[in-house]
Write a protein of this length. Structure first.
Length: 264
């Protein structure tokens, strides 16, 4: 368990410095008064890296993002329940129930793109809520394929409203909180705080349409956009949440080489 894990103090210090540097860049880019959530994307990184940022004498960070169900299940079992996990990766319908049922501190699933996946998440969360009264409904975001690339998951922009309605009307144990996009890599790389990334423009437009269709205030819906390469530009475009991995944890290993618990 967590208290038996050996954290390398030098590594912990480096991670804390990296995190502080990202936080100050977020604050500098944020011209509004709203608070922007930073998800530290820890996929393929060892559990000790997460613990180093979460369990100082006082946790310095709570929100962590993961992409693979099996890896997240393993990490969630090992690490403190005070962590707020975000599932941000490609979702398979047959893993959704397990994901929603087995991780009480799963804070949000940011990558839903079909009604079937929502129904499976709903089933899992319902079972969990019934067995553990302390558990809240599961937040979900609809992932939108703003770049039109076939390789990207997400609903087409025109289909976001229907899926949002499905969640709001049919899934009482899910809470629809907003929209997420990844966007085209080339556009990410070309993004500066001054340029307008088209994917972010699209996500904002989709948000406006979905809010209108649901008869919600726009501000009630969050936008999750921005990664290491483009988070400052995303914040300039109104992002509420950025997902930063490599700029905090460094380059990721290949999936086959990733380990949750390192051998000492
Ligand atoms: C991996 C990943 C990130 C983090 O990407 P970096 O470029 O390492 O910051 C953000 N969002 C999603 C959906 C991801 O899969």
């Amino acid at each position: 368990m967590a208290d038996e894990m050996q954290i390398n103090p030098q590594r912990a210090k480096q991670l804390a410095v990296n995190l502080a540097s990202i936080s100050s860049r977020i604050n500098a880019a944020n011209k509004s008064s709203k608070k922007i959530r930073l998800i530290a994307v820890s996929k393929l990184k060892p559990a000790t890296d997460i613990l180093a940022l979460h369990q100082q004498p006082q946790p310095i960070h709570y929100h962590f993002g993961e992409n693979y169900v099996q890896e997240l299940l393993e990490k969630a079992k090992l690490l403190p329940r005070s962590i707020r996990w975000h599932f941000i990766g490609g979702l398979q319908s047959n893993k959704c129930k397990q994901l929603a049922e087995q991780i009480p501190n799963l804070w949000c699933v940011s990558s839903v793109d079909t009604a079937k996946k929502c129904d499976q998440l709903e089933k899992g969360r319902k079972a969990l809520v019934e067995s553990d009264a302390g558990v809240e409904p599961l937040r979900v975001m609809v992932q939108v394929n703003t770049s039109g690339e076939e390789s990207k998951s997400g609903v087409e922009p025109d289909d976001a409203l229907a899926l949002a309605k499905h969640i709001v009307e049919q899934c009482p144990n899910l809470r629809f909180t907003g929209l997420m996009t990844i966007g085209a890599i080339a556009r990410s790389k070309a993004t500066t705080p001054e340029t307008k990334n088209e994917d972010f423009v699209t996500l904002r437009d989709v948000r406006d349409k979905v809010a209108e269709g649901l008869d919600w205030e726009k501000e009630k819906m969050e936008l999750s956009m921005g990664m290491s390469a483009d988070f400052e530009g995303a914040i300039a475009m109104g992002s509420n949440e950025v997902r930063v991995g490599s700029d905090i944890f460094g380059e990721r290993p290949a999936k086959k080489d990733a380990v949750v618990v390192e051998k000492s």
